[in-house]
Design a protein around this ligand. Sequence first.
Ligand SMILES: Cc1ncc(COP(=O)(O)O)c(C=O)c1O
Length: 501
Amino acid sequence: MVCVRTGRALPSLDRSSRYRQGMCCDRTPSLAEGQGVPPSWLHSAGPIVFRPASGRTQVLVPSAVPDPRDLGTAAAAAAPTGRFAARTAGMTASEIRALFAVASRPEVVSLAGGMPNLAALPLDALASEVGELVAAEGQTALQYGSAQGTPALREQICEVMRLEGINADPSDVVVTVGSQMALDLITRIYCDPGDVVLAEGPSYVGALGSFAAYQARVVHIEMDAHGLVPSLLRSALESLARQGITPKFLYTIPNFHNPAGVTLAVERRPEILEICASYGVAVVEDNPYGLLGFSGTIYPALRSLDRDVVYLGSFSKTFASGLRVGWALVPPAVRDRLVLAAESATLCPPTFNQMIVSRYLQTQDWQSQIKTFTEAYRERRDAMLSALETYLPPGCSWNVPDGGFYVWLTVPEGVDTKAMLPRAVTARVAYASGTGFYADGYGSRQLRLSFCYPTPERITEGVRRLAGVLTAELDVMRTFGVPTRAASLKPGPGAPSPDTA
Ligand SMILES: Cc1ncc(COP(=O)(O)O)c(C=O)c1O
């Protein structure tokens, strides 16, 4: 989505262009009054937002499937054979991945990745459980299994979801290779190229990557300190309806949001469901962090209020991300298609890994383990917040997350966090710049800091280094009076990877 502010009505747009007039959101000013939209923007990936000085803000959503010739040309240029599918043009590597070789050196403090801290896991106990699994049930564990997942694990997943008020039938659960696979499959079965998906702005980079891979267009809905704003959701839907567009679904991360760190207020939850229902829009609730609240509060899932919600869950953050076990809980009408899609992707999720998770849930005190994890994460969050308070220059702001892994930081006007990233890595600190979390290139004043993995001491040191880099940027701006230059890294979300997930 390209965002512009205009002094008047929309810049003169060719009526025959492939764009129609639409809805709203407010964003970065970047067009002078009366200036026309550069043609290159009309061929950009997503909707174009206009914020007039007076009157309603509008979004132009490309009216049809992106021109396959445009995409085909890009794909052909990138493909040695020139034969890649047009949709591969939307697949790009994440920004941090380009710097990964440097960012993963031990001397660099990485505040970029969302890797869970597994140090607290009872590895000895797990080792003997795994050994016993192979000895006692190896013939089953090492064999193909059901495309939907093992019945035992699906039942246990229903027990886990009960903590969030969900009353589910195991036959509606589909086990996937991480919830990332569920996201990919849900997008595959819902979205044709050009379809519109609503997502919070910012949103999870892996979801944006899946939406891009299926050529869906993202309209972001802004959040405040209490999560997604219902009135903005309603006005976005109204505006899209005026264009004859019904989004395929709202993708939302209600708890301890990645990357924004906020939680959707409990009183907003029924309202959001009601708004989506009244416009015939499905809701996809992605909830990998729901049990990771620092105060022990577990919020009621949207799915607990409405059985039509598609719910995605994961053992990545509450147990072990390397096992790649996640799930989707779907209405029966969606289930059969999802299972077929899963089957065509992987035949079945790994039986061995599912059985390890099952044993873990059966034999270990997993709820106490989650408490141990959250205590460690809270200590790290506190270290990060106190370092931000101590070291950051004036003009920065951030949220105080009550769970999960992330702090979302806004830096002073003029600093471009994407341009600054290579300089930060040179100063031995890495972060995820904000633009990766928007489908439209917005977010250059934001960045995400993860506190999940490094020790509190490393976090403090990382923030101190980041503050040094920011201060140097501000000095350059003060001296030369110009914003920091945008880097030549590609815009957009990029593919998810463990270093940015
Ligand atoms: C919001 C969100 N959804 C989904 C995922 C994917 O998790 P999984 O490891 O289950 O694939 C992540 C990973 O960071 C995430 O933050």
